[in-house]
Ligand binder design. Structure first.
Ligand code: SF4
Length: 341
């Protein structure tokens, strides 16, 4: 069997626990996805991460609680203010609680995420956090997916019972978005300084992103030591300003997920690797986490993503089981067996 020796060497060292450098990750990202070397890369990440995470999966759930034309104006997002045709929506407090209780009914959700647009009403969000925190099990972590914020706000949310934040310096931030890359970094530092767990992601990946760009973004997760890293592809939707740039396959997304996993070998704070949206090839390539979603979703033109692209917790757990994971666990450390069928 003829295998590229250099790629084989990088993977062999990774299997010994020696993390690939940024330059080596660029080489891994350059491999065409339908090759033996790409298959080996995905298999190596799969083997390593199953050992690292004890073949346990992390189930997460997200509620998109409101939508309006967003000043972040990300060209890849259905809510961007200059191109959105999405109606202004807001889930009622009762609706948020109903969704939160449904997500956590089995007590097997690791964390419940609340998502808003780039700008948000801090007081309203604090009220929602308080009522959701009272209604879901103590063993469910609470995480926010919101816009940029100050170190003081990060501490306020931590004191309210939030344990983590999803925050990303996106690919081509400031070019494909109206947001300042330095503000994104400042918020990530605020998350870390407040003692919150930082959920990160290489996103939103399109065919135009170079291996160098991807590696640069992936390694920020190592620099600031993320709790969760991930890979997410950009979804092409009608009316998207980036529609013509196309979309990568789940196979390519799985390869990038595998590189993310190997690049994080030395990240001592890492507890999970996710793939967005839930993807079986991704779960066979180093990922052990996916998100169930309800309400608004930046990649979906459906007002309630669980009637569109989003999956519910049952579908996510079935996908974990089909990928060979044996259990999920909540933030309290309780374990729940997974079954196919
Ligand atoms: S991705 Fe977030 S910040 Fe960007 S337009 Fe969408 S909701 Fe706003």
């Amino acid at each position: 069997m003829k295998i590229d020796k250099r790629i084989y060497g990088i993977l062999d060292r990774s299997m010994e626990g020696i993390a690939p450098s940024k330059e080596e990750c660029i080489e891994l990202l350059r491999i065409p996805e339908r090759t033996l070397e790409a298959s080996l890369l995905r298999s190596a990440a799969d083997e390593l991460m199953r050992k690292r995470f004890h073949n346990q999966a992390m189930l997460l759930g997200q509620i998109g609680i409101e939508t309006f034309p967003c000043p972040g104006d990300c060209q890849f997002c259905v809510f961007g203010e200059t191109h959105t045709v999405f109606p202004k929506t807001e889930i009622s407090d009762a609706g948020i609680l109903e969704a939160a209780i449904k997500f956590t009914a089995q007590n097997d959700l690791y964390a419940l995420f609340l998502m808003v647009m780039h700008t948000f009403d801090e007081n309203r969000l604090l009220q929602i956090i308080e009522s959701v925190r009272r209604s879901v099990p103590a063993s469910t972590a609470m995480v926010l997916n919101i816009g940029d914020f100050s170190p003081e706000t990060a501490k306020t949310f931590a004191a309210a019972g939030v344990s983590g934040m999803y925050h990303v310096l996106r690919l081509r931030e400031g070019t494909d978005t109206k947001l300042d890359p330095e503000h994104r970094r400042q918020t990530i530092r605020a998350v870390k300084e407040a003692g919150l767990r930082w959920y990160y992601c290489c996103e939103p990946i399109g065919p135009e992103h170079t291996p160098e760009e991807l590696a640069e973004q992936i390694f920020l997760g190592l620099e600031y030591k993320c709790f969760q890293h991930a890979a997410m592809r950009r979804v092409r939707f009608p009316g998207s300003p980036l529609f013509d740039r196309g979309m990568i396959s789940e196979l390519r997304l799985a390869q990038i997920t595998a590189v993310v996993a190997l690049a994080m070998i030395d990240n001592s704070e890492l507890q999970a690797i996710a793939v967005h949206e839930p993807s079986l090839p991704g779960l066979l390539s180093g990922a052990n986490s996916v998100y169930a979603e309800t309400g608004a979703n930046p990649r979906d033109t459906s007002e309630n993503t669980n009637q569109g692209r989003g999956r519910d917790t049952t579908a996510c757990k079935l996908m974990f089981a089909e990928a060979g994971f044996t259990s999920v666990y909540n933030a309290g450390g309780d374990r729940f067996s997974l079954e196919v069928g």
